[in-house]
Write a protein that binds this ligand. Structure first.
Ligand SMILES: [Zn+2]
Length: 365
């Protein structure tokens, strides 16, 4: 699987910074030259016809750029042109402070990159977070260097080998909700994990309000929208990381598959109002994405099942309680079984992993 690592660059010497600025300026001009070449070409551009049409000329104009960088500029111009055809507007012009390198031209060493700049190989030191160190041993693909504000960043695409999923001995059903952000249960109704949602969601909403208020103040004072500090988003992102990690490690330790409700297939407008409200409260889609990718890294299988009626069904006898509303405890009128509402739902989800596909209309991946 592919991961993109974003790393900040350590302060550069003046000379290196100058070389980077020169190269980025040349790359920008080069992409724009490719865009004009596309306009002159008069047919739908692809790598073949565009290369034949203008490569020699553009290559000679930018001797300071590595030949693969000139080709990457061409590929980028084709992409930009394609999205312009789709979206319309003025003929595109490229403005970004960015440069692309093919993986093969970049070496990773000493917590930094060695890239071709102005005909030389230049070492650019990076701040490498501890959690990224283990990924740097793997093969890397494209490297993008970008200026954001005053700082330079490198975006490194890494091919991380996936672990072969183990054959699980059981399942852990995961119920995502509002009152409890997450409740996980095995197929016997034994609780594996619980994250209470109330306090977290309140805190997130508090941070959102702070951001909004700050914006209003600045709007009044300067008549501009300030850049948000995104504290609320960072809070959700960090917490989703932690929750996903804990869940995946627990599943790995217990040698069980993770079972999730398949919500992705539902079209946004078709989601029931209640669900839409819940989805707005927390980034569940982000949490699910994080669970899936961490599970891949750890070789934990993930199974998707139909979400239909998981909270209204008795996980003991399978009886469907039509009128079940918002009580915290699920009580089955048929068999008398009682269980925490979310735990009951999580257990139903876990059990569905073992039903034949048609019965649960689930999708296995
Ligand atoms: Zn029952």
């Amino acid at each position: 699987m592919k991961l993109t690592l974003k790393m900040k660059m350590r302060p550069l010497t003046r000379n290196k910074e100058w070389m980077l600025e020169q190269s980025i300026g040349a790359f920008r001009a080069c992409v724009n030259d490719w865009l004009s070449a596309i306009a002159q070409l008069g047919e739908k551009p692809n790598r073949g016809n565009l290369h034949r049409f203008a490569y020699r000329r553009i290559r000679d104009k930018y001797p300071q750029l590595h030949s693969n960088v000139v080709q990457d500029a061409m590929n980028l111009a084709i992409e930009i042109h394609r999205s312009w055809l789709k979206n319309g507007g003025n003929f595109p012009e490229f403005h970004s402070d960015v440069i692309y390198f093919k993986g093969i031209d970049v070496k990773i060493e000493n917590n930094g990159l060695v890239v071709p700049l102005m005909g030389k190989r230049v070492y650019l030191p990076l701040y490498v977070p501890k959690k990224f160190k283990k990924y740097l041993q793997y093969k890397h693909g494209r490297v993008i260097i970008k200026r954001i504000g005053k700082d330079w960043y490198a975006f490194l695409s890494i091919n991380v080998p996936e672990k072969e999923p183990v054959k699980p001995i059981g399942a852990i059903g995961v119920d995502l909700g509002y009152y409890n952000l997450l409740v996980a249960s095995d197929e016997k109704g034994r609780e594996v994990m619980r994250v209470q949602g109330d306090a977290l969601i309140k805190h997130k909403e508090h941070l959102e309000k702070l951001t909004a208020r700050r914006q209003q103040r600045l709007m009044k004072k300067f008549g501009i929208y300030a850049k948000t500090n995104h504290k609320d988003k960072k809070f959700v992102n960090d917490l989703n990381h932690k929750i996903a990690k804990e869940l995946v490690l627990k599943a790995k330790q217990l040698n069980r598959a993770i079972v999730l409700e398949k919500l992705k297939g539902l079209k946004r407008q078709k989601r029931p109002k209640q669900l839409r409200k819940i989805l707005h409260r927390w980034s569940y889609a982000d949490l699910i994405t994080k669970i899936i990718y961490k599970a891949k890294l750890h070789g934990v299988p993930v199974i998707f099942v139909s979400p239909r009626g998981t909270s209204k069904m008795c996980s003991n006898c399978g009886y469907y309680v039509k009128g079940f509303k918002n009580e915290r405890v699920f009580k089955c009128p048929k068999c008398g079984f009682q269980l925490d509402r979310d735990l009951n739902a999580a257990r139903n989800i876990a059990k569905r992993a073992f039903l034949p596909l048609e019965a649960s209309s689930s999708q296995r991946r």
